[in-house]
Design a protein around this ligand. Structure first.
Ligand SMILES: C[S@@+](CC[C@H](N)C(=O)[O-])C[C@H]1O[C@@H](n2cnc3c(N)ncnc32)[C@H](O)[C@@H]1O
Length: 277
């Protein structure tokens, strides 16, 4: 499992907060008793859920001890955090009003099983809302490295660098089935609409590409170092880690050139808000 660094993740706090806010703004649930944030990270955004639903008990779950340790500092009687794997979370039928999963489900496999289970957990008026990287949803496109399941563009770039260098054998053996290292569990938008409609929910799904303008040296490397590159960096050590890091920086500098105003990072995201009327 990839390790997470709350400080690195929060370096781009404003850019990372925006999809969360835009997702939650579309949730129609007005009053709530139980709210759950799956893959809550350092808890900063979970705290905004407690403000939006002041009468609800808000629970943030995350599988990273470092993230939960950071989040625990924000805990209040209304807002709690727990170390847990989102894939193993089994809520009772009708027991939850709002489930949010922002930028976390790309790390959790088997959406076909989990989403109907979470849909069943929603009480009347409840909402399941999540945001994930857009995968290369055109299934007819030949995959860059022979993997047939579509993946986010970032995962394709990392796989390309991972496969070409002295680190290739180590990284091939270090496949992390739950992260963007391997085929992404993210489905095309239409699959989510079908799956959640079949579960009795009304679905609002859309895609957005943010064009973040990032400051400083190697900002795209710094961005992904906190998220999608974690499984690769965790799997390497010593000279291989140094060489891979240097190659990755160079690759990302070429792919996302620095301009006088900063470096542009296109950030395509899929949003799904599914409501039980
Ligand atoms: C990109 S961060 C998003 C954090 C937060 N939702 C936000 O919007 O700022 C992804 C988070 O998902 C967590 N995560 C990854 N796999 C998970 C799993 N199987 N169960 C629970 N959390 C998981 C990671 O530990 C990390 O904190």
């Amino acid at each position: 499992m990839a390790s997470w660094d709350p400080q690195q993740y929060e370096r781009f706090a404003e850019e990372r907060a925006r999809p969360f806010r835009e997702l939650v703004a579309r949730i129609p649930t007005t009053s709530a008793v139980a709210v759950v944030d799956l893959g809550c990270g350092p808890g900063t955004m979970t705290a905004t859920l407690a403000e939006r639903w002041p009468d609800a008990a808000v629970l943030g779950l995350d599988s990273s001890p470092a993230m939960i340790e950071a989040a625990a500092r924000l805990a209040t009687p209304q807002l709690r955090f727990q170390l847990a794997d989102a894939g193993a979370w089994r809520p009772q039928r009708g027991s939850v009003d709002v489930i949010v999963a922002n930028a976390s489900l790309q790390w959790v496999p088997d959406h076909e099983t989990l989403l109907p289970r979470w849909a069943a957990a929603l009480d009347d008026g409840g909402t399941l809302a999540f945001q994930v990287p857009v995968s290369t949803s055109d299934r007819s496109r030949p995959p860059a490295d022979g993997v047939s399941t579509p993946r986010p563009v970032s995962a394709e770039m990392f796989a390309e660098v991972a496969a070409a260098g002295p680190w290739a054998a180590t990284l091939a053996g270090a496949t992390d089935a739950t992260g963007p290292r391997s085929a992404s569990p993210v489905l095309p938008a239409t699959e989510y609409v079908r799956l959640l409609s079949a579960a009795g929910l009304t679905v609002d799904a859309w895609e957005t590409t943010y064009y973040h303008v990032l400051p400083g040296d190697d900002p795209v490397y710094e961005w992904f170092k906190g998220t999608g590159l974690r499984p690769y960096l965790d799997a390497l050590a010593g000279a291989d880690l140094e060489a891979f890091t240097s190659r990755m920086r160079q690759y990302l500098r070429q792919r996302y050139p620095r301009e006088p105003f900063g470096t542009v990072l296109p950030f395509p995201r899929l949003f799904v808000v599914a409501h039980r009327a």
